[in-house]
Ligand binder design. Structure first.
Ligand SMILES: Cc1cc2nc3c(=O)[nH]c(=O)nc-3n(C[C@H](O)[C@H](O)[C@H](O)COP(=O)(O)O)c2cc1C
Length: 221
């Protein structure tokens, strides 16, 4: 099987998406007959080459981080560049990985619905969307702690079974998406810890703390 992978993170090679994809691809490549190509959508000057890659692909995997409940601009730009291929005979099968900072999968369910529609509009067979929350911290976390979390292994297993069957394993994908939603208690604990130890210091560092409740797009009448 030939897999064409698009990494849609604006962080490119420094991204969490890259880390997750590495595990997926390592698993995928355990089947010796498999091959893959990998493109970084952040290199927007290569956008013509991306369209060509898509056009020639058999199986596409598009992986990206959730940005403001949807996708980074580089991903949207890529999707729009595929418009001439809409409904073309021979379009590849397509599957998606969406990973986010917030731990709950529910944040990614809207973009998941969009991605399914997108596959239909392109005329691609939809392979599904794998959702994984709670990913932001992996970049700064020591490797041993990340290994303990177990989801790197899950991405490896996901890639391995994809490399054998051409499908996302439903059980692995289901487990990766947990928790779908926090309980009220979990929500308050998360809020307390994440806000005080992570987000607020980050906002302060960027002199944006005072603007944390800003709603620049709200029209006041
Ligand atoms: C501009 C921006 C918007 C973001 N929006 C969301 C969001 O709506 N929900 C969420 O859970 N995470 C959000 N995140 C966090 C990223 O999804 C998360 O950090 C991800 O792991 C980054 O992956 P990457 O390193 O592959 O780019 C956002 C990050 C940025 C920079």
């Amino acid at each position: 099987m030939k897999l064409t992978v698009f990494n849609g993170s604006p962080r490119g090679k420094g991204s969490n998406t890259k880390i997750l994809l590495e595990h997926f691809i390592n698993g995928f490549m355990t089947n010796e007959r498999n091959t893959f190509e990998l493109a970084y959508l952040v290199r927007v000057k290569d956008s013509d080459a991306f369209v060509k890659l898509f056009q020639e692909a058999e199986q596409v995997l598009l992986a990206f981080p959730l940005y403001t409940d949807t996708m980074p601009a580089v991903v949207k730009t890529f999707i729009e560049s595929l418009e001439p291929l809409c409904g073309r005979k021979g379009n590849p099968d397509i599957g998606f990985i969406v990973q986010s900072s917030f731990p709950e999968a529910i944040h990614s369910r809207y973009v998941e619905r969009y991605l399914e529609k997108l596959a239909v509009r392109l005329g691609c067979r939809y392979k599904g969307t794998v959702i994984k929350g709670g990913v932001e911290a992996i970049r700064g976390t020591p490797a041993w702690l990340n290994r303990k979390r177990g989801f790197f292994k899950s991405f490896y297993e996901l890639g391995k079974s994809f490399g054998q069957t051409g499908q996302f394993n439903k059980q692995i994908a289901f487990n990766l998406a947990k928790p779908e939603r926090y309980s009220k208690f979990q929500f308050w604990v998360y809020r307390l810890v994440a806000h005080n130890l992570y987000w607020n210091p980050l906002l302060k560092k960027n002199t944006a703390f005072e603007k944390r409740f800003a709603q620049p797009y709200v029209v006041k009448v």
